[in-house]
Design a protein around this ligand. Structure first.
Ligand code: IMP
Length: 438
């Protein structure tokens, strides 16, 4: 029984949605298990482009059950907006969607806190959050006092709870605003709005942990759709410049409620270069013409926030680390076409930190900040590769680049993507999970 997991191995935006979409048809269930509407998935399906940030991309595939599991922080307005858009664009129905009653709900105070507290104490550098209330909602989940799960909205006492939390949050927000103009939140209006959201979503809400356990025990094929990237993992990423959930492979079980024995294959998704949105160290960043050339060719602007992404060379030290951390069996190299037109390419193979060379990814952000990338320079290629459908269609330099990535990361490349369309992919000789999906 294959439980397959798709994990981004960089700082998010690795084009995971395309691989999830390719795999979805071979699975019975697709699960989102961490993060929230901070993730942007672009899926090209039936010739149409869909931009989803909360609903699993599998919702576009009839016959596949899509689960938003308990580890997600849930913005109900966004879920309804995405549902309405899909229904409005002719997606037959979304009754294959299951929402966990355990998801923590994002409220207006979470957005306000995200705006007011987007930094780590003692640092002048902002985290550059997506402003979607993700961190504050996870903070309240762990703190428990001011938390509400989706299931709470259907229980007696929901109104009173919202009133109590709003009163406490208004005090907190007034302090954070420190005398600046601040419009207190209106508990009655919030309750009415969230009650309406809850009513609209009620047909989809259930105990997804029980559903998934039963599905796994019955041997159904489950696809776990990771959001963000492993370098943004709250415990194992570039803390504090991370998201608030376990976005590496280690997060699958706690977010979904399924034990690790049901995760049989892990596919790592790697962009052919590096990008990062928001603050935090980025050793191979090219804040220059090279970075701009990558940004233009790769249209590297945020799906959710539209922010220009920081761009740079591939960092094999980071990817080797996140691949090991996530238990990756094979990788897909995405956006290879973006690198056409460079005379030469650089791959970071080691860091130099305080005069010492290492291939170990530092655990402390201060060391990562000091890390000077040690580059290997390899030949580039000038040809447009978007029409390539086999490895033989690629220039020799592109093939050599892929081989070197596999060697440095220590796992085989299973597939290469050379364009946004579903068929703009190249299977490799490695026969992994995706090869069977072709
Ligand atoms: P948050 O997840 O909104 O709290 O943002 C924390 C950090 O994670 C910021 O640097 C964001 O830019 C980054 N981030 C969150 N979601 C994504 C994503 O889907 N792609 C890329 N970066 C993300």
């Amino acid at each position: 029984m294959p439980g397959t997991c798709v994990i981004g191995l960089q700082w998010g935006d690795e084009a995971k949605g395309k691989i999830v979409d390719l795999l979805t048809a071979r699975h019975d269930v697709v699960v989102r298990y961490q993060g929230g509407a901070n993730a942007g998935h672009t899926v090209v399906h039936g010739g149409q482009t869909y931009k989803l940030s909360l609903l699993p991309s599998g919702v576009l595939t009839p016959g596949v059950t899509c689960v938003i599991a308990g580890g997600v922080v849930f913005n109900p307005a966004k879920a309804i907006e995405e549902l309405d858009e899909l229904l409005g664009r002719g997606v037959e129905d979304c009754d294959n969607l299951k929402l966990s009653d355990r998801v923590h709900v994002i409220f207006p105070w979470h957005f306000a806190e995200d705006r007011a507290l987007d930094h780590s104490a003692g640092s002048t550098e902002t985290i550059g959050t997506t402003g979607r209330g993700i961190g504050p909602c996870y903070r309240d989940k762990v703190g428990r006092t001011y938390a509400m799960r989706l299931g709470d909205l259907y229980r007696p006492g929901a109104k009173e709870k919202i009133e109590q939390i709003t009163a406490a949050k208004n005090k907190l927000l007034a302090t954070l605003h420190d005398g600046d103009d601040f419009e207190p939140l209106d508990a009655a209006a919030i309750y009415e709005q969230y009650k309406a959201f809850a009513d609209r979503l009620e047909p989809y809400v259930c105990d997804t942990t029980e559903y998934l356990l039963t599905a796994a025990e019955a041997g159904r094929n489950i696809l776990f759709e990771g959001a963000q990237g492993a370098l943004l993992d709250v415990d194992h990423g570039t803390y504090p410049y991370v998201t608030s959930s376990n976005s590496s492979g280690v997060g699958v079980s706690n977010g979904s409620g399924l034990p690790a024995k049901y995760v049989n294959h892990v596919i790592g998704i790697v962009k052919a270069y590096s990008t990062r949105v928001g603050g935090g160290p980025f050793p191979t960043e090219q804040d220059n013409d090279i970075g701009q050339k990558i940004r233009d060719a790769g249209n590297e602007y945020g799906t959710v926030t539209k922010r220009p992404r920081r761009c740079g060379w591939l960092d094999a030290v980071a990817i080797r680390y996140t691949s090991r951390l996530s238990g990756v069996d094979s990788i897909c190299v995405m956006l290879l076409d973006v690198l056409s037109g460079f005379d030469e390419l650089k791959i970071c193979t080691e860091y130099e930190i305080d005069g010492q060379r290492t291939n170990v990814f530092p655990s402390h952000v201060d060391d990562l900040r000091k890390a000077k990338p040690v580059y290997e320079t390899v030949p580039g290629w000038s040809e447009d590769v978007t029409g390539a459908r086999t490895l033989d269609d690629l220039p020799a330099a592109a093939r050599a680049y892929l081989d070197r990535i596999a060697e440095l990361v220590g796992v085989p490349v299973e597939m290469v993507s050379v364009g946004p369309d579903r068929d703009a992919t190249i299977p490799t000789e490695y026969r992994g999970v995706l090869a069977a999906a072709q």
